[in-house]
Design a protein around this ligand. Structure first.
Ligand SMILES: Cc1cc2nc3c(=O)[nH]c(=O)nc-3n(C[C@H](O)[C@H](O)[C@H](O)COP(=O)(O)OP(=O)(O)OC[C@H]3O[C@@H](n4cnc5c(N)ncnc54)[C@H](O)[C@@H]3O)c2cc1C
Length: 137
């Protein structure tokens, strides 16, 4: 039986990044298990194609939420990616930072390392800033 140092369940946004990082070390073996098919579909690779994949059950779990008091008794449709790339393969490609107060509240609740000053360097590292002005943020 084949064995691995790490087994990652789901090749979505988090699983793919984790796999990429772990497999940088050639001495480490990583197995990624993805429930969905490959991401070959043209609508995954067209920027506006997510409108089409929104209800496409071949690459979308297409969940229906439970009825609950917070949704006024309604069952809300909840798309989730089921393909290589996970939900990032069927998402809207919109990028924005999370709200400062959300991060700070999570840190205050005991999640050390998740405050806005902690995550700010990571935001800055993955963004390319264009133009003049205050570089703090
Ligand atoms: C329609 C839509 C539009 C969105 N638009 C945006 C946007 O514009 N901007 C933005 O920032 N975010 C957007 N998001 C949110 C963003 O895509 C998700 O928050 C993010 O991709 C979640 O990453 P994840 O790794 O937590 O999960 P996912 O990327 O969903 O990955 C989970 C993976 O695990 C797999 N899996 C599940 N169970 C199993 C199992 N038992 N065995 C093997 N594999 C399994 C799934 O098939 C999936 O591939 C959108 C999401 C959706 C659905």
């Amino acid at each position: 039986m084949e064995t691995f140092d790490y087994v990652i369940i789901g090749a979505g946004s988090a699983g793919s990044v984790l796999t990429n990082r772990l497999s940088e070390d050639a001495a480490v073996t990583v197995c990624v298990l993805e429930a969905g098919p490959s991401d070959w579909h043209p609508y995954i690779h067209l920027p506006a194609g997510f409108i089409k994949t929104f209800h496409m059950k071949s690459v979308n779990w297409a969940y229906q939420q439970e009825v609950g008091p917070y949704t006024g008794g309604r069952s809300i449709y909840a798309p989730r990616g089921k393909t290589l790339g996970g939900s990032s393969s069927i998402n809207g490609h919109i990028y924005n930072r999370g709200q400062r107060q959300d991060f700070d509240t999570w840190a205050q609740l005991g999640n050390r390392g998740w405050g806005y000053p902690d995550v700010l360097p990571y935001f800055r590292r993955m963004e390319r800033r264009i133009g003049e002005g205050d570089d703090t943020y």
